[in-house]
Design a protein around this ligand. Structure first.
Ligand SMILES: C[S@@+](CC[C@H](N)C(=O)[O-])C[C@H]1O[C@@H](n2cnc3c(N)ncnc32)[C@H](O)[C@@H]1O
Length: 322
């Protein structure tokens, strides 16, 4: 037996965070013999080895300022937008059927065969994402108390959705892949969370029919969509954001040498692998201005890994008040 406080301090000291919930604390407090055993268990966990990796690998130098411009088709006919969207939908349905967790966080620990023993770390990482969101809101002096309805674009298997549902009255969790949604729904049921509506985005047009909402949350999702689809998704979502509402989203904004040509892309065969796309910052600023959104914070992030040739940004924006 270990004291409850011992478990909590072990989390703080070794993982740098609070335990997920009281059940987890009780589990370790009653199942582990003593502090020595708890320490060994935590030190040998995937979560702790990931923390060590981060500490050991120094951040590479920043992308030099002399990269070339990107050649990107941003505007597409509705017909081609539909084709672009269904190509991505097929990939994610396949990924969801074969590797639902690994496709969300591409770490070997989350392959289906390894997932069982790494489940806690996987879902704990969602809680960490929410802490980052809260901290970003606090830096911008935004109090989320008045926000009721949150839309999550690309909820995956519910890693961040459950923590979001603990912060907001209602969450509409959208995903392009039914396979991911089924896992997410199951996880929400297991945790008795019932203020989430899970919805598959079957066609791109459906994005304009969500109704108004206060918060948009989307990380590691837009990057898997082609630039014209990213533009459509962001335009339609931000158009439905209520005045004073906020959007917290991540999007890769530069890769040296990246180009996107619609017809060339549509002519390529679908190989069911995860794609990575980029959206120029200047075009994004224009889009945000057109949707009457003020930028509150932009951060370079490590969502696409740390790279010498590519940049990803996380944005906090706020829809202007009427
Ligand atoms: C890398 S996972 C991230 C999941 C979740 N955001 C998280 O951080 O745990 C990307 C998810 O976005 C979904 N997705 C990709 N493109 C989408 C789109 N256009 N609309 C809705 N979901 C999309 C995928 O099916 C997948 O579940």
């Amino acid at each position: 037996m270990v004291k409850r406080e011992g478990v909590i301090y072990a989390y703080r000291l070794l993982f740098g965070r609070e335990p997920e919930n009281e059940t987890v604390v009780r589990h370790y407090a009653t199942e582990v013999n003593d502090l020595q055993n708890l320490r060994e268990l935590f030190i040998n966990s995937t979560e702790f080895s990931e923390i060590l990796e981060q500490i050991k690998s120094p951040r590479p130098p920043r992308l030099p300022f002399n990269g070339p411009p990107m050649a990107i088709d941003l505007i597409s006919s509705d017909e081609k937008l539909g084709l672009l969207f269904s190509k991505i939908a097929k990939q994610w349905q396949y990924l969801g059927e074969t590797q639902p967790h690994w496709s969300v966080l591409t770490n070997d620990s989350y392959f289906q065969e390894n997932f069982h023993s790494n489940r806690d770390a996987f879902y704990a990482s969602g809680q960490i994402e929410l802490h980052q969101f809260d901290a970003t809101l606090a830096r911008a002096n935004i109090l989320p108390d008045g926000f009721k309805r949150c839309v999550e674009l690309g909820c995956g298997v519910g890693r961040v959705t459950i923590p979001l549902a603990q912060s907001f009255e209602q969450v509409l969790a959208l995903d392009i892949s039914q396979a991911h949604l089924l896992v997410a729904q199951h996880y929400a049921d297991e945790n008795s969370v019932n203020n989430i509506t899970f919805k598959q985005l079957c066609q791109l047009d459906e994005i304009s029919q969500l109704g108004s909402f206060d918060v948009l949350y989307s990380r590691i999702v837009l990057q898997h969509n082609t630039p014209p689809v990213m533009a459509k998704l962001l335009n339609e979502l931000l158009a439905q954001l209520l005045p004073g509402g906020i959007a917290f989203f991540q999007i890769p904004t530069y890769q040296a040498g990246y180009r996107f040509h619609i017809d060339e892309y549509l002519a390529q065969e679908n190989n069911n692998t995860m794609e990575m796309h980029f959206f120029p910052q200047t075009a994004l600023f224009e889009l945000l201005a057109a949707q009457q959104c003020n930028i509150l914070e932009i951060r370079e992030d490590d969502a696409i890994g740390l790279s010498l040739t590519a940049v990803s940004n996380t944005f906090l924006v706020q829809k202007q008040f009427l």
